[in-house]
Design a binder for this molecule. Structure first.
Ligand code: HEC
Ligand code: HEC
Ligand code: HEC
Ligand code: HEC
Ligand code: HEC
Length: 214
């Protein structure tokens, strides 16, 4: 004997799904208004070593990949090991007090305690490789790091910011070989070129919840 009307289970499931969406939307709105992440634009902590992107990536013209070597191969953009700095600094400025902590780190095999600047909550899935290989430049998300003496967070990294681009990625998609050339400008309209690349590669950023909340 079936006491429940036909379709009860489906209705129950739909009800739960609906409640979750509403709950999600409400807590999302609350999080949007209350979350300290909202204040993170402009976050620029003092780092333990006065390392300058403006000097190394800007003036010396070093490619981002020299130090952030995993950014096009994995979800995480690695912070360089001390060995990478010592490639040059065991000769260049090898007595500089500004590099004392780097030399100590090299001798002791303990990493430099760099302070992380950009940070998403754990419940958000993000992947550098997917963006970089699609042709989204570092500059779209991190700004002109090559002009920063100390790195500063320039975007909110909140959900609305992610979705703004996912809904209309064309102005931020370029040929993948130029992703680390932060001052690169196309000969034609950026959005027009972006649309061409998007069509060729079949690029389609997720807007559904489980795309970013897995
Ligand atoms: C010589 C090595 C080196 C090069 C080249 C380099 N970086 Fe960095 N980068 C670092 C180090 C060390 C840190 C950690 C200290 C800091 O934040 O300044 C860092 C931090 C960062 C951060 C902040 C990470 C966080 O904590 O959230 C971003 C963003 C970044 N780099 C982007 C870039 C971009 C874009 C380029 C190319 C234009 C670049 N870097 C080139 C060494 C490098
Ligand atoms: C490709 C070579 C190269 C690499 C790799 C490199 N640097 Fe440098 N660095 C330089 C040069 C060149 C200078 C400028 C020297 C000058 O002013 O004459 C410099 C200057 C500096 C200074 C300023 C020193 C002073 O006394 O003014 C610091 C601090 C520094 N680098 C930190 C780092 C750190 C930390 C890393 C690794 C994340 C790193 N560098 C990687 C070449 C390099
Ligand atoms: C689509 C936006 C986007 C692009 C493009 C992008 N980043 Fe990031 N980056 C982020 C976000 C978001 C975080 C924080 C990730 C987290 O906390 O999980 C981050 C973090 C970082 C970090 C800190 C380590 C980490 O992975 O958390 C470094 C270093 C970095 N980015 C460098 C780069 C470089 C270099 C490029 C270009 C080659 C680049 N990023 C391109 C959004 C982006
Ligand atoms: C400036 C544009 C831009 C911004 C900002 C941006 N994205 Fe994306 N995202 C893209 C593009 C382009 C793709 C590539 C889609 C493809 O290849 O089909 C993508 C793909 C993705 C994917 C799918 C990758 C995979 O491995 O399945 C996820 C997840 C994602 N983005 C999360 C985020 C999150 C989270 C944020 C905010 C913290 C963000 N994105 C910000 C443009 C952007
Ligand atoms: C493109 C990536 C992306 C997509 C798609 C996305 N989100 Fe998010 N979501 C984020 C990011 C990033 C945050 C973190 C915001 C912050 O820290 O300010 C977030 C935060 C949230 C939060 C806040 C959690 C809390 O209480 O702190 C909720 C709820 C949420 N998302 C629900 C959803 C729902 C429901 C959907 C589908 C309609 C969705 N998200 C689709 C990226 C995404």
């Amino acid at each position: 004997m079936n006491v429940f009307p036909k379709g009860f289970d489906t209705n129950l499931r739909l009800g739960i799904a609906g409640a979750l969406v509403i709950l999600g939307a409400v807590s999302g709105a609350a999080a949007y208004l209350l979350h300290p992440q909202q204040l993170d634009t402009g976050y620029q902590p003092r780092q333990p070593v006065p390392y300058s992107h403006k000097l190394h990536a800007g003036n010396l013209g070093m490619d981002c990949l020299y130090c952030h070597a995993t950014v096009d191969k994995s979800s995480y953009a690695a912070i360089p090991a001390t060995e990478t700095c010592m490639n040059c600094h065991h000769r260049v400025k090898d007595k500089s007090p500004k590099l004392q902590m780097v030399r100590d780190s090299y001798a002791s095999n303990q990493p430099v305690p760099w302070i992380k600047i950009h940070r998403l909550p754990d419940y958000v899935y993000f992947n550098h490789q997917a963006h970089v290989t699609a042709g989204v430049s570092c500059v779209s998300c991190h700004g002109r790091v090559d002009q920063m003496v100390e790195v500063m967070q320039v975007n909110t990294l909140n959900m609305a910011w992610c979705l703004d681009c996912h809904r209309n990625p064309a102005p931020n998609v370029r040929p993948a070989q130029f992703v680390t050339k932060l001052d690169w400008q196309p000969d034609i309209d950026a959005a027009e070129l972006g649309r061409k690349i998007i069509a060729e590669k079949g690029i389609h950023p997720p807007e559904y919840c489980s795309g970013c909340h897995r």
